[in-house]
Design a protein around this ligand. Structure first.
Ligand code: 1HN
Length: 310
């Protein structure tokens, strides 16, 4: 058998029977770890990056969130990239476009002077807003306020790279012309509206035993779905698992999420991951709001998505 394996190797071939269980495990055997990125720890480091490099020099001044199970890969899950981006007062970034789609979930922004511009149309960034940059659209960011602006970026970069379909380019003029929109860009989902939706649900219906009061944002990125959940005070969620690994960002309040043996204690602005097919259970003492995103639509398009609350 050893000699046979060697002769196969010379032909760039190998016996399937030695790899079959690893190739198709009976259930997802993920390397993605349940992990948390604490905002209180990362914010000072992000502001330090603000002193070390300008947004122009960096192109994008971002601290990437690397899942500890994925050994230094620029990925928060197998299929998703996430980072924390900082734009200092007075800064504007260069304009570029790429085939990866992006979402921004705004963490810190004071007043009305911070924006993302998509194809020239500016969308104001307020805390909790969810803003989308579709594939191959020119975009840049600016901060006309006198305070730092911080948001979480989420991109489908690992999916784009899985397919070897990454293209990117700077804007030929370096920056794009400002285009006057109607003041309500289609690629911006205001926190006030999404918050109202879950609040209304909480007044007229019972909490879902697993998800509390949950709304899904309208589809905006082909591979990514985004959600907002209101968890009432004293919530004790039923265990639930699904095949889409999920990135959560605590938006209000605090709580804990049990994922297998791991207990993740989170508070406002912390970001944490729930790996594929691991039972997760949310618990709160005070009312809390969680924003989350995952690759669910990509899995559904491929006929792969499953959930289980048994
Ligand atoms: C990107 O273009 C942005 O435009 C942020 O703000 C993060 C991560 C990977 C690739 C492109 C941005 C990114 C990115």
């Amino acid at each position: 058998m050893d000699g046979f394996r060697e002769r196969l190797k010379k032909q760039n071939a190998a016996p399937l029977w030695e790899e079959l269980t690893r190739l198709i495990p009976p259930a997802p055997a993920t390397r993605v770890a349940p992990a948390i990125w604490r905002y209180s720890e990362l914010r000072p480091l992000l502001l330090e990056a603000g002193r070390l490099i300008t947004a122009r020099q960096a192109e994008r001044r971002v601290l990437m969130l690397q899942n500890p199970g994925l050994k230094g890969a620029s990925q928060i899950t197998q299929s998703l990239y996430a980072g924390l981006q900082l734009v200092m007062p007075g800064e504007v970034t260069g304009t570029h476009r790429h085939t990866a789609s992006a979402l921004r979930f705004i963490i810190e922004s004071k007043g009305d002077g911070a924006y993302t511009a998509v194809n020239g149309e500016r969308a104001a960034m307020h805390p909790g807003d969810f803003i989308v940059t579709p594939s191959w659209t020119y975009h840049d960011h600016g901060n006309l306020t006198d305070s730092p602006v911080v948001w979480m970026d989420g991109l489908d970069v690992p999916i784009v790279n899985l397919f070897d379909t990454s293209f990117s380019e700077p804007h030929p003029d370096g920056s794009q012309q400002v285009v006057q929109g109607d003041g309500a860009p289609a690629f911006r989902f205001a926190y006030s509206r999404a918050r109202e939706t879950v609040e209304r649900l909480s007044r007229k219906s019972a909490a879902d035993p697993r998800h509390g009061f949950k709304t899904q944002y309208p589809p905006a990125i082909p591979a990514i779905a985004a959600f907002l959940k209101l968890l009432p005070a004293g919530f004790r969620g039923k265990p639930h698992r699904a095949t889409d690994a999920t990135v959560c960002c605590a938006t209000e309040g605090s709580g804990r999420t049990r994922i297998g043996e791991t207990v993740i204690e989170w508070r406002e602005h912390d970001i944490f991951t729930i790996p594929s097919w691991q039972f997760a259970q949310h618990e709160t003492d005070v009312e809390a709001v969680l924003f989350s995103f995952s690759d669910r639509p990509a899995q559904q398009a491929l006929g792969l998505w499953r959930e289980d609350d048994s």
